[in-house]
Design a protein around this ligand. Structure first.
Ligand code: GLC
Length: 445
């Protein structure tokens, strides 16, 4: 035991230092603080994973999981022709689902840019028969419809030789060269400048792939082997568009310059995946949970794990119960369409949000932490109790706040309740129960 202690402490120190500086002395501008407030209240967004990988119908990691050599993968763009793509239709779909923003992959780990970049020729305009900038179309549609647009941006790149030293993934992909790290940083800066210059107002940049460069010390992943230059990158973004919110899917506590904290496939602090952010790393910034509508991010033909309407609604409610947004992912098909099952689910969720959105949008975390049974959200003196397990009788332990009245949210009918030193007991008549979520409105004095 003892012998391990010194290397362990050293490792922790190295891990700490090598995480890198964020944007030094970052003071969010007024616009940025307003954007954070907007974000916190928005509660629901659409994540879109779309790239040339969708052709293979095997998820966005297919280049790595099938170890497709660079030369072979480069054939994909030559027949990527999403003639069914209709940006307006996507934006309307998101809007009808009750979503307030869209986050789309501008470049994923495969290194292919879904926008007209001048940093290389490996992009949708220069490399596909389609030849049009899909992000530009989406940006125009979003701006027209009042939906905010975020760009997902991969830090990790299996195609670019300058992504060297390589990280933990993609090492069996044939044809990767050994370039120069600093050129890679310059490449990312060029692309980010393009993304924040040519597409109007961008609500945020969503980084992913940091973890690829974390070293394994035999016991755990910790120190980075590279400098991501977050200090310069975050500053560049905020200089170009001060309101632009920066988030990084590094699964750690946020660093200076980041404007929101994200949680991948987990409610804040749950870390059921094992690679997620731990509860002790949760800070004070606005939060966002991202999750898939089925089991995959990128289009996966064989994925049958489509989540039910109930599951999706419960996830929105629980995320809101933590004060967090839910960024719900769809992976469009190579023809540019979103599969029917997902369109249907989105429309069902939209109907629910239309009726019950007042208990979600603009709320903060309620007094009782979410569980399988229930979740609570709060807006001023109103607490919304979401009963998720069909219980007619609910006991809220230690609920001591003074109550004015208790009503059913749906029809505003009064509910009977008793409050004593142990908490609050309330009951909903059987015929007023909702199969998905029975919402009780508790007004405080
Ligand atoms: C992971 C995956 C990636 C996906 C992301 C979304 O980091 O590498 O494919 O884009 O999660 O949260």
């Amino acid at each position: 035991m003892k012998t391990n202690r010194i290397p362990c402490i050293l490792f922790l120190l190295v891990a700490f230092f090598s995480f890198g500086q964020g944007q030094k002395d970052y003071k969010p501008t007024k616009e940025n603080l307003e954007a954070r407030k907007w974000f916190q209240e928005a509660k629901f967004g659409m994540f879109i994973h779309w790239g040339v990988y969708s052709i293979l119908g095997d998820g966005e990691w297919v280049m790595n999981t099938q170890n497709i050599p660079i030369k072979a993968y480069e054939k994909l763009p030559t027949f990527f022709n999403p003639t069914g793509y209709d940006a307006e239709a996507w934006v309307k779909m998101a809007k009808d689902a009750g979503m307030k923003y869209i986050t789309i992959t501008s470049r994923h780990h495969d290194g292919f840019s879904m926008f007209d970049t001048k940093a290389n020729n490996y992009d949708i305009v220069d490399g596909t028969p389609y030849g049009k900038d899909v992000l530009k179309q989406l940006a125009d549609a979003c701006h027209k419809e009042g939906i905010k647009l975020f760009f997902y941006y991969s830090l990790l790149d299996w195609h670019n030789d300058d992504y060297f030293p390589r990280g933990r993934t993609g090492n069996d992909i044939a044809g990767r060269g050994a370039g120069v790290w600093d050129n890679y940083i310059a490449f990312m800066k060029t692309q980010l400048t393009e993304l924040l210059t040519n597409y109007g107002e961008i609500a945020g940049i969503w980084f992913d792939g940091h973890w690829d460069q974390k070293l394994w010390d035999g016991e755990r992943f910790g120190a980075l082997q590279v400098d991501w230059h977050y200090d310069e990158i975050y500053k560049l973004i905020h200089d170009l568009q001060p309101q632009c919110l920066i988030g990084n899917n590094h699964h750690l506590a946020t660093i200076e310059g980041e404007d929101f904290q994200m949680f991948e496939k987990d409610l804040p602090g749950k870390n059921t995946t094992g690679f997620g952010t731990s509860a002790s790393d949760i800070g004070k910034l606005p939060m966002e949970v991202c999750e898939t509508i089925n089991g995959s991010w990128g289009f996966n033909l064989q994925d049958r794990q489509h989540k039910s309407k109930e599951e999706l609604i419960h996830y929105i409610v629980k995320a809101a119960g933590y004060g967090s947004n839910l960024l719900l992912n769809v992976g469009p098909m190579p023809n540019g369409k979103i599969q029917d099952e997902h369109q249907e689910s989105l429309s069902e969720v939209g109907k629910w949000m239309k009726q019950n959105g007042a208990t979600i949008y603009g709320t903060m975390a309620g007094p009782i932490s979410p569980s399988e049974k229930m979740a609570t959200t709060q807006k001023g003196k109103t607490i919304y109790l979401h009963i998720l397990d069909g219980s007619q009788k609910v006991f809220l332990e230690d609920f001591g706040a003074k109550i004015k009245d208790v009503k059913l949210f749906s029809d505003q009918s009064k509910l009977t309740f008793q409050q004593n030193a142990f908490g609050l007991f309330l009951q909903v008549p059987q015929n007023k129960m909702d199969a998905v979520d029975t919402i009780v409105e508790i007004t405080l004095r």
